[in-house]
Design a protein around this ligand. Structure first.
Ligand code: LLP
Length: 421
């Protein structure tokens, strides 16, 4: 459920009509709902109730400081994968005790930064990384709390570009080698083994792969305890999928996912960490764009909108589906027609949808892309020298710009021409 509904024939973000935001900030823009972010975060809190736990929002899905502040103030932890994301979590007021650091290629500088702050935990993805963390911790005279990310060789049954838990993927330490890696970790100075970490992929719509991976983590935890390691935290990653269409069968709910966690690892006396991104932010955001032209092609009609693949790359990158709806509800009885919905970028890949049924629209009409709050703004670029589009946050009947559209002067000022040219 989200808070983007039609009221009197006009699509609203909570109680704010989208045309009002469009008039204030121009199009295209992203808009996020505080009520939806809050609701989604609380679903995970409820799903894990009864277990000691921490829900760490995967910042990569939406890293706007205002969004992080909303979640941080609710008590969320944060899952970061770069020094930049770590700085964002801190800037949003999230304390180090609630930040976990994941990612396959943490640099020495990033490790130094997070260790100096007193980070909760590193999710370590290789033995070489473990050794560097040990060195940096020793130099700083501190102890680094670590979990090793294990690769359980489980098929997440999702898009190949976002599956991470098969042995051919670059992520984690093969589970068969995990006991040896933990033995090394226990011997290294400046390292404290606190847990086990796993993340098998994103947009999972079936709970069976989670169950398989968590059972492997369970088995490993028992073996590691036999080896003498005090495993007290299990980080089970993120990945629970969201509905991208209103018609399809809905993916499992956080409550069902929580039940799998409880069933598989709930009796191990561990604090459970999870790292959901998409489920919290995805359906808490829309991208709103306006129609520039309606162009009649041969046997097809193109709706050319002012947003493009640089603003929302998911359709061209993963063939992802986003529901696209008119902001002004069509009059009853208006017949939909198929349109190819495309942006202005000079690539055929700049196609959001093909033969999508929409009631006819004309230049200036507003159109909303649903489920755009995760992996939308964060993956945008300035390709074709298109300025990054603004982000807006709505709560109740008020809204605020939480990232402004840069001016062309600002964009150009970032480049410089050497004086010898
Ligand atoms: N934890 C780790 C270690 C991850 O790599 C990810 C996502 C998450 C948590 C959060 O997963 P989520 O709950 O959001 O599924 N750009 C792609 C998605 C990439 C996901 C990468 N890792 C997309 O637009 O579909």
């Amino acid at each position: 459920m989200d808070h983007f509904l039609y009221q009197n024939g006009v699509l609203h973000a909570e109680d704010v009509p989208l045309p009002e935001i469009a008039a204030a900030v121009g199009t295209p823009f992203y808009v996020y709902s505080v009520a939806t972010l809050t609701r989604h975060f609380k679903l995970f809190e409820e799903a894990l109730s009864g277990l000691p736990h921490m829900v760490c929002f995967a910042i990569k899905s939406n890293s706007n400081l205002a969004v992080l502040k909303v979640l941080g103030d609710l008590g969320a932890g944060m899952d970061v994968v770069s020094g930049g994301e770590y700085r964002r979590a801190k800037a949003a007021g999230v304390p180090d005790e609630r930040i976990v650091f994941s990612g396959v290629g943490k640099t020495r500088e990033e490790i130094h930064l997070a260790l100096s702050g007193g980070i909760r935990q590193f999710n370590v993805e290789s033995e070489p990384e473990l050794r560097v963390i040990s060195q940096v911790a020793t130099e700083l005279g501190v102890t680094a709390p670590i979990a090793l990310r294990v690769n359980p060789d489980v098929d997440a049954k999702t898009h190949e570009k976002i599956a991470t838990g098969k042995s051919e993927n670059k992520f984690g330490i093969p589970i068969a080698k995990a006991r040896a890696a933990y033995a090394e970790a226990a011997r290294l100075p400046g390292i404290e083994v606190v847990g086990v970490d796993v993340h098998i992929g994103s947009q999972l719509t079936d709970l069976a792969p989670f169950e398989a991976a968590f059972l492997k983590v369970r088995e490993l935890t028992l073996a590691l305890r036999e080896d003498g390691h005090a495993i007290r935290r299990l980080d089970l990653g993120g990945g629970l999928g969201i509905p991208y269409t209103r018609s399809n069968e809905a993916p499992p709910l956080p409550l069902d996912y929580g039940a799998v966690i409880k069933r598989t690892v709930g009796d191990l006396d561990c604090e459970i960490e999870i790292e959901p991104g998409r489920l919290i932010s995805g359906n808490a955001g829309l991208m709103v764009t306006s129609v520039i032209y309606l162009k009649e092609g041969e046997g097809r009609n193109f709706l050319i909108v002012d947003a493009a693949m640089n603003d929302l790359v998911r359709p061209s990158m993963y063939n992802a589906h986003h529901d696209i709806v008119p902001v002004i509800e069509p009059a009853p009885g208006t017949e939909p027609e198929p349109f190819d919905i495309v942006g202005p970028v000079c690539e055929t890949g700049d196609t959001f949808a093909k033969a999508r049924d929409l009631t006819p629209l004309g230049p200036g009409d507003l159109v909303a892309f649903r489920s755009a709050g995760a992996y939308g703004a964060v993956m945008s670029s300035e390709y074709n020298s298109r300025p990054l589009i603004p982000e807006v946050l709505v709560s109740g009947d008020h809204f605020a710009v939480i990232r402004a559209r840069p001016s062309f002067e600002e964009m150009l000022a970032r480049d410089s021409i050497p004086e010898w040219l």
